[in-house]
Design a protein around this ligand. Structure first.
Ligand SMILES: NC(=O)c1ccc[n+]([C@@H]2O[C@H](COP(=O)([O-])OP(=O)(O)OC[C@H]3O[C@@H](n4cnc5c(N)ncnc54)[C@H](O)[C@@H]3O)[C@@H](O)[C@H]2O)c1
Ligand SMILES: C[C@@H](O)[C@H](N)C(=O)O
Length: 291
């Protein structure tokens, strides 16, 4: 049984497909009430400000990503919950090895987002060793999905291109054409998340794992998209903030520990990702046109 929550109004498909409640992670009493009243056992903590919006509002990012995490850790420890917190390629920085980036290496990110995620990784591991909290964490690549709009991150372009290509056959990319970043289709992301949560504790040699599926640059994505929409017109208008962030992030992720410990294996490569996105968004736009 799953309860979804947010501080934003849910879309129809979320609202009509199961319980949805308002929950602000900065409200500790309310979190406790939800956990107690619903006898919650596992908590997936997704609330955060992403990299680009975090740089635009550091105080809010600090509150949500750091104070919010503290609330979640305390609630989870107090009620013996199994806790999942996503980390990110953004938890690495310019002094980390970038191609490939292993699980254990120097982590000196230069964004509030990255700093908050390194903090989450370390605090979760500390609570695990200090209080026995069952903390599990995956470092996600840029996640690409058809059912939500990009949330203000550096990898947003790789979602936006599909919407713009279908809507008007034009796309303006805010990263340089050769900026290579690790990416993943949402189904693989969810598969990995459930797998690490269900893995026997004895199989986990670490509490925080890199996961990887593919890595591409805007120009490589454009070539693949053009196989479906050959007339697509692409221009580049580089956003300096996002470009600086992307240039400090991993180009390829080494996820060999996840593959060895709990059998992680991705299903979607670039070509399958693009075909799937067009299948979903294409049928959505045909339904919208009919309506
Ligand atoms: N999308 C990606 O590419 C990606 C990659 C790596 C890691 N992650 C991680 O996955 C998580 C979700 O990312 P996303 O892309 O869905 O981001 P998103 O911005 O789309 O969603 C974040 C959600 O947090 C909610 N939120 C903000 N403040 C809140 C508060 N005080 N209380 C409760 N909810 C609050 C927002 O309303 C929003 O719905 C984040 O932790 C992010 O770091 C995402
Ligand atoms: C990579 C990830 O953490 C997020 N999509 C961002 O760009 O901020």
């Amino acid at each position: 049984n799953v309860i979804l929550s947010d501080i934003r109004k849910p879309p129809d498909d979320v609202f009509y497909n199961g319980p949805f409640i308002y929950s602000d992670i900065l409200d500790y009493k309310n979190l406790r009430e939800i956990v107690v009243n619903n006898r919650i056992t596992w908590l997936f903590h997704y609330s955060a400000l992403l990299s680009a919006v975090g740089e635009a509002n550091v105080p809010l990012a600090r509150a949500v990503n750091i104070t919010g995490l503290h609330n979640i850790l305390d609630i989870a420890a107090e009620h013996s919950l199994r806790l999942f917190v996503p980390s990110t390629i953004g938890a690495f920085g310019p002094t980390s090895p970038r191609n490939p980036t292993p699980d254990l290496c120097i982590q000196r990110p230069r964004t509030i987002y990255g700093v908050s995620k390194v903090h989450a990784e370390l605090m979760g591991e500390y609570y695990h060793y200090r209080y026995g909290l069952d903390f599990r964490c995956l470092r996600y690549p840029g996640i690409i999905s058809a059912d939500s709009q990009p949330g203000g991150g550096t990898t947003d372009y790789a979602v936006q291109i599909f919407h713009d290509a279908i809507k008007n056959g034009q796309f303006q990319c805010n990263l340089k054409s050769d900026t290579r970043l690790p990416m993943m289709y949402i189904d693989d992301c969810l598969k990995a998340t459930l797998a690490v949560m269900e893995a026997p504790a004895a199989s986990l040699s670490m509490r925080t794992y890199n996961i990887s599926a593919m890595s591409f640059s805007p120009e490589e994505l454009v070539q693949e998209v053009k196989k479906h929409i050959p007339e697509l017109q692409v221009t580049y208008n580089v956003d300096a903030v996002r470009q600086a962030i992307a240039d400090s992030w991993p180009m390829n992720f080494d996820d060999s520990n996840a593959r060895r410990d709990w059998g992680w294996k991705h299903d979607f490569d670039l070509s399958e990702l693009v075909t799937t996105m067009f299948n979903i968004l294409g049928s959505d736009s045909r339904v919208a046109q009919i309506n």
